[in-house]
Design a protein around this ligand. Structure first.
Ligand code: HSE
Length: 393
């Protein structure tokens, strides 16, 4: 079986390493996988593949017109990769991708295209790295309703929050460490502003509800404004702070957000460093929890390998996603929130249940309100940090 790889960065080199090192074990099980070509941008850059005969090209047409039947996409490019994947699917090639921004933005279109062209579209590696989550919920969705999924889906933010909480480290220092460890995106603003987690909860929620959810319908608030005083306030009340991606279907409405969260719950609060954690609620079980590495070279390559083997063994799930349900996205469920702000509007004053002033900052716990109400009351404030308070998850 011949495959091609688009991209040879962290994850691409991980896939090549596993295929090279595990060649004998794979062959023993009739998985004869050969990388025919690797598409890269710069042919002059020195590369160090395990297989010294690995062939590189900078010409996409060589992949498109080749006889490979499966292409692994490990690029982080959005539009160019999308256009290429459309062409590859139309020419009958299966796609395995780790490119979460592309999967999220073009989810409906690519699923439809895979169906029309009778190819596989596999994207286990796009959410939560090594944790198997896409396939379990895809299978579950055939026979059972799931109405809630919560996750720590961004390793960079979790690394920053848990290091600041436990070691009192500075935001800038721990962000740099997360970059050095290879967790953060090239532009880490997608990590710390919550957009990376937003894309992942959009993919998971689309699958469990079989409904189209637009990225811009998801309330997204990251951790870039967090201060030591927020940790002090939370700690005083016995809370940890984690960036949670949350989605819940209730009375036909999808409540969906990415928001820092004050937690007493053991499972998420005890998720440290670059680790991801996911909790799913379903019809036939109360809930289950998964935890593991959500980023990294071999960790993400591992999920790609599993997709690849499923395709080669012809036991991959054919595209089933059909967006047949049309639920409204609205954050109408009520909860208490923490707000730290230097300015306080009259609208915000009406929501206050508890307030502590430290220096110029007001640290507020609100009454039970919806996220939509909160969003309205803070829209004119810029120097602000918010967190949802979840006593029990
Ligand atoms: N930047 C991402 C993270 C990588 O920090 O989780 C994995 O998607």
């Amino acid at each position: 079986m011949k495959i091609a790889i688009m991209g040879f960065g962290t994850v691409g080199t991980g896939v090549e390493e596993i295929l090279f090192k595990k060649r004998d074990a794979l062959l023993k099980n009739n998985f004869d996988i050969e990388i025919e070509k690797v598409l890269i941008k710069n042919k002059n850059k020195e590369r160090f593949p395990h297989n010294k005969d690995l062939v590189f090209t900078d010409d996409f047409d060589e992949i498109l017109n080749s006889d490979v039947d499966t292409v692994i996409d490990v690029t982080s490019n959005l539009e160019e990769t999308h256009d290429r994947i459309v062409k590859l699917m139309k020419s009958g090639k299966n796609i395995v991708t780790a490119n979460k921004a592309m999967v999220s933005k073009y989810f409906e279109e690519l699923n439809e295209l895979a169906r029309e062209n009778e190819v596989y579209f596999s994207y286990e590696a796009s959410v939560a790295g090594a944790i198997p989550i896409i396939h379990p919920i895809m299978e579950e969705a055939f026979f059972s309703d799931m109405n809630k999924i919560y996750g720590i889906l961004n390793g960079t933010s979790n690394y920053i929050l848990s290091k600041m909480e436990l070691e009192g480290s500075s935001y800038d220092d721990v962000l740099k460490e997360a970059q050095e460890l290879g967790y953060a995106e090239a532009d880490p603003s997608a990590d710390v502003l919550g957009f990376d987690a937003m894309r992942k909860i959009r993919i998971l929620s689309s699958l469990i509800y079989k409904a189209k959810i637009e990225e811009d319908e998801i309330f997204t608030f990251g951790i870039s404004n967090i201060k030591k005083s927020d940790f002090d306030f939370a700690k005083d009340k016995g809370y940890a702070i984690r960036l949670l991606a949350k989605s819940k279907l209730s009375d036909g409405k999808i409540n969906i957000s990415v928001i820092p969260t004050f937690l007493k719950d053991n499972f998420f609060a005890k998720t440290f460093d670059g680790i991801n954690a996911i909790k799913v609620w379903g019809e036939n079980f109360s809930s289950y929890e998964l935890k593991g590495p959500g980023a990294g070279k071999l960790e993400t390559a591992d999920a790609i390998m599993r997709d690849l083997l499923r395709i080669l063994a012809k036991r991959e799930i054919k595209t089933f996603y059909d967006a047949s349900n049309s639920y409204k996205v609205t954050n109408n469920l009520k909860n208490k929130f923490y707000i730290r702000t230097s300015k306080i509007s009259s609208q915000l004053k009406n929501l206050v249940e508890e307030e502590k002033c430290i220096g110029d900052d007001h640290h507020i716990i609100t009454k039970e309100i919806s996220l939509d109400e909160l969003r309205n009351s803070i829209k004119d404030l810029d120097d602000i940090f918010i967190a949802e308070i979840e006593e029990e998850i």
